[in-house]
Design a protein. Sequence first.
Length: 135
Amino acid sequence: MKSGLMKKRIQEEAGEIDLTPMLDVVFILLIFFIVTSVFVTEAGIDVTKPEASTVEPTSGDLILIAVGPGGDIWIDGDQIDPRFIRNRFELRLADAPNSAVIIQADANANNEQVMLILQAAREANIENVSISAEA
């Protein structure tokens, strides 16, 4: 009687699959992909870019700044006052010293706002400044 019960218990244990090692590997892969992924920050608003005859792709650490059709300026999803653009550039340069500025100005935006951004970039010693356009 006892041997029949033992056989049944041994068969039940042999049929079980331990998923713990597989879950460990999945979590390690998940952590790896999260750590190695690159997060792209958006300027904050969608703009209608002007057309250009030549367009060059850019890469690396980018500071995206958008100018809306009403002249509002956005960096990292926050609308900012034009007086604080240089301060925001300097904060971003502290994190990534070789950053480039990409100005995403709306086709209907006032050029005065773009000039303020260019002046702030010059004062913050940013050498690589581009204006985003459609080809």
